[in-house]
Ligand binder design. Structure first.
Ligand SMILES: *Cc1c(COP(=O)(O)O)cnc(C)c1O
Length: 356
């Protein structure tokens, strides 16, 4: 039996996608073998990978002068790859709005000079700063579009006055419409909103390729992957196959605009419930609230634990907040159905009546 899974990542996948994968698990098409067992140089697999790329390009409206790369190592590996590849002057600005943003800045510091252009750490990352102290001739500005742990999101793309903008979009890619032309580079680990863990998507302007620092490991150099259509070595074939199925599903749902509408509706249901509640609260300024990760607390650690435990028993799984934050977090990515959010809201109401 399926339950409602609010895990922050790896996270819920669309049921029709899992069912299709199950059907094709043992023999893909008439190949007589699983996608897991195929050569990545064979025709069947190469078609899967190029279909995944064109679906992604279509769904995100990626302009022709951008390359799409399928890499490994998660978003975390991009914390190193970005400064190694994009640093020409040896300087970048980082907007620090959560632990992943902070880790990205710390890693970049190993190779280049990092200017923290703004930070919300003073307020426990409960808000998104709107003033940035940008430095002169930085190679890029880096920010985290959605902060998975703290439940905050940039409601609009930061303005950088022409400096290339880099974003970690791991937990919000494909959940809302983004104008790709505003970005120099976007990266995202797949396991939140796209596919099982294993593949990392990098979307970048072509002109940024080919300037990596000489020490850059070959496998971290974007040129290595761009020159060989992400087939320099064995890619995470099965994750890429699952990504293709998810992207097909997304297209059937009406694409990103339709999903965004659904995501706004789901988030509103939850935030309204929290705001009306006498026992639950959310520390984030309404303007900066995430559509993907909804944080709430009772203010009483034992009551939070009781909530998480009883919710799990009611088929609402993985609602504990990140270990560094506590409380509760409901991750409601694209694949979380509206019914799941309604079930959670119903449970919150019941819990409140029983624990006044
Ligand atoms: C999960 C997450 C990461 C870390 O991703 P890995 O793929 O585990 O390296 C980085 N940034 C954000 C915004 C995330 O949500």
């Amino acid at each position: 039996m399926r339950i409602f899974n609010f895990s922050p990542g790896p996270a819920v996948m669309p049921l029709p996608v899992l069912e299709k994968a199950a059907k094709e698990l043992v023999s893909y098409g008439d190949s007589g073998m699983s996608v897991m067992e195929m050569s990545h140089r064979g025709k069947a697999y190469m078609e899967i990978q190029s279909a995944a790329e064109s679906l992604l390009r279509g769904l995100m409206n990626i302009p022709q002068n951008y390359k799409v790369l399928f890499m490994q190592g998660g978003a975390t590996q991009q914390f190193s790859a970005v400064p190694l590849n994009l640093c020409v002057n040896g300087k970048a600005d980082y907007i620090v709005t959560g632990s992943f943003a902070k880790k990205a800045a710390q890693e970049a510091q190993r190779y280049i000079k990092v200017n923290v252009a703004a930070s919300s750490e003073d307020g426990n990352f409960t808000y998104i700063p709107d003033e940035f102290n940008l430095s002169a001739n930085a190679d890029y500005v880096h920010y985290t579009a959605n902060n998975t742990i703290y439940g905050t999101r940039f409601a609009s793309v930061p303005k950088t006055g022409g400096v290339p903008l880099v974003t970690d979009m791991s937990s919000s890619i494909l959940s809302e419409v983004f104008d790709i032309s505003k970005f120099a580079l976007i990266y995202a680990g797949a396991q939140k909103n796209i596919a099982p863990a294993g593949v990392t998507i990098v979307i970048l302007r072509e002109e940024l390729i080919g300037h990596a620092l000489p020490v850059t490991p070959h496998m971290l150099n974007y040129k290595t992957h761009a020159d060989e259509d992400s087939l320099h070595n064995t890619p995470p074939c099965y994750s890429i196959y699952m990504m293709k199925l998810v992207l097909e599903w997304l297209k059937e749902q009406g694409g990103v605009p339709a999903l965004q509408k659904m995501n706004e509706e789901k988030a509103k249901l939850l935030y309204d419930q929290i705001d009306e509640s006498k026992i639950f609260s959310n520390p984030v300024a309404p303007r900066d609230r995430s559509l993907m990760n909804v944080i709430f607390v009772t203010g009483n650690e034992n009551l939070d634990k009781k909530f998480v435990k009883e919710a799990a028993a009611a088929g609402l799984s993985t609602l504990a907040g990140h270990r560094s934050v506590g409380g509760m977090r409901a991750s409601i990515y694209n694949a979380m159905p509206l019914e799941g959010v309604k079930a959670l809201v119903g449970f919150m109401k019941k819990f409140e009546t029983e624990n006044k």
